[in-house]
Design a protein around this ligand. Sequence first.
Ligand SMILES: Cc1cc2nc3c(=O)[nH]c(=O)nc-3n(C[C@H](O)[C@H](O)[C@H](O)COP(=O)(O)OP(=O)(O)OC[C@H]3O[C@@H](n4cnc5c(N)ncnc54)[C@H](O)[C@@H]3O)c2cc1C
Length: 386
Amino acid sequence: MSDLFSPFIKTEKQNELYKLAEKLALRVKERAKETDEQAAFSKENLRDLKETDYVTLTLPKKYGGKEISIYELLLVQEKLAEGDGSAALSMGWHLGVVKELAEDDLWDESVFDRFAKEVSEEKKIVNRIASEPATGSPSRGGIPETRAVRDGDNYIINGHKNFATMAGVLDYYIVTAYVEDQEEIGSFLIPAITPGVNVKHTWDTLGMRGTASDDLLLEDVRVHQDQLVEMKQQSKKPKGWLLHIPACYLGIAIAARNEAIEFAKSYQPNSLNTPISEVPHIQQKIGEMDFELLRARQFMYAVAEKWDQFPEKQMELGPELSAVKVAATNAASKVVDLAMRIVGGRGLSKHFNFERYYRDVRAGLHNPPMEDAVIQMLARKAIDAK
Ligand SMILES: Cc1cc2nc3c(=O)[nH]c(=O)nc-3n(C[C@H](O)[C@H](O)[C@H](O)COP(=O)(O)OP(=O)(O)OC[C@H]3O[C@@H](n4cnc5c(N)ncnc54)[C@H](O)[C@@H]3O)c2cc1C
């Protein structure tokens, strides 16, 4: 067990969850280079995540899940990301959405019941598909160009989504659209096999390539009105489950940190009588990495604990949740940068993992919430406070 990790495991259940994530992290790590090269979501990873029941961790116990808390979600997701950030971010969407749906009563009970049983018995996976080329990040509040037009008991949906993580392997998409007859944004639960739904392989990015966040095209997709599962105004609560994002990027940073220290302890150039780990500027960088990680992780786990332990305070936690994301993703970028500096020019080589970590952490900037919006929100709150 990593010395940085141990303080955060507090119960036997958490220890068991951690061991599961540790086992899976080793497996996904073996495939990380390949999925990065292919910009594809690994089918082998998905098989492992299903066979070990990782995909049902956030389901309520009554459906056979482990009903894990947000704190526990971060423990496992951070560990999984040590193996492969892409696998972790992708699973984080699925696990987080399932948790949100189970706890927030966003859907009609019978629809959620049917869906939860499919997750439990058939290990089906889901993601929210909200981003669009013309609307940008949904966190900005733009109205989707994807349109749902009423036709009797059905809706006909047309639109173009991008950044659809795991699009090619998902069983369900939760797609946002402007619902014309309601004059409001709604979300439709759409099975991947629905006619008119197509994945276009566009994902060719610098980082997080293994998330296979391709485009989703919806062409005259006919769905029953019952598949309109959410309307926008229903969900005002801050989203604690989005903490899976900082956990993921910190996991990538921990992997870079561990491998850099391992390298520093084993590399002894012939200009030195000791490994480079004994050189002051290397120690300075190692210290700075751990300082960044300690600070960001303490902050993240403290906010998660607050979320879990004080449900009555969840409505007020938006600013803290958002601040954790900004603090953690910036810390992760800094840690990976320091790890690269420790390793030197070798870090640029595809024979090491560092260059992938370096590319992957960069994507954290573009997951919600966006930094400028968070800083602006904190400023507004401070100025408006009495
Ligand atoms: C690895 C990865 C996985 C993802 N997975 C998913 C997923 O599964 N589902 C999903 O729906 N999305 C997903 N996303 C998409 C993500 O949530 C964002 O929608 C996407 O990254 C685009 O955000 P953006 O800020 O670059 O785009 P835009 O919103 O288009 O912003 C572009 C630029 O304009 C600025 N800007 C735009 N609007 C405003 C505004 N109103 N005020 C001030 N500045 C503004 C931004 O700051 C930025 O500089 C994923 C993204 C990544 C990187």
